[in-house]
Design a protein. Structure first.
Length: 136
């Protein structure tokens, strides 16, 4: 499994936002400058991350962005799901998907739920606080 570029950029953006935790709000332009990502990409990510309840935006004087909850309460899984949707290694476990030619006879299909839960659990065990640490 490989994260999409947008999911990767969302992790980078959220990590930068977390480093501002407890300080003044930060703007999308500041996040773009700090991360080296294009401003338009950061704007798109901010919109999705805000919609998922991970960032909170305020307008006006003193406005800007801040984490919607403490960095320790936001996981890598939360960020990836905000961009990619539910974490699933195969499409056959998604409700309403019936496009696999093996669906009627697949002996592995009943086990994918456990595999997907393990994958999500591993990503959920990585808090944003760890991702925001500056490596020495």
């Amino acid at each position: 499994m490989r994260l999409s570029s947008m999911a990767d950029y969302a992790v980078v953006t959220m990590s930068a936002a977390a480093r501002h935790c407890g300080h003044a709000r930060v703007s999308a332009a500041q996040l773009a400058e700090e991360t080296g990502l294009p401003a338009a990409t950061v704007q798109k990510l901010v919109s999705k991350l805000s919609g998922a309840g991970l960032l909170r935006a305020s307008r006006g004087a003193g406005g800007g962005l801040k984490l919607a909850r403490p960095a320790a309460a936001i996981s890598l899984a939360d960020i990836v799901e905000a961009i990619e949707g539910p974490i699933a290694l195969t499409a056959c476990v998604e409700h309403g998907r019936h496009d696999c030619t093996l669906e009627g006879s697949c002996a592995v299909r009943p086990h994918w739920g456990a595999v997907n839960a393990a994958m999500r659990g591993a990503l959920a065990d990585v808090p944003l606080t760890r991702l925001a640490e500056i490596a020495a």
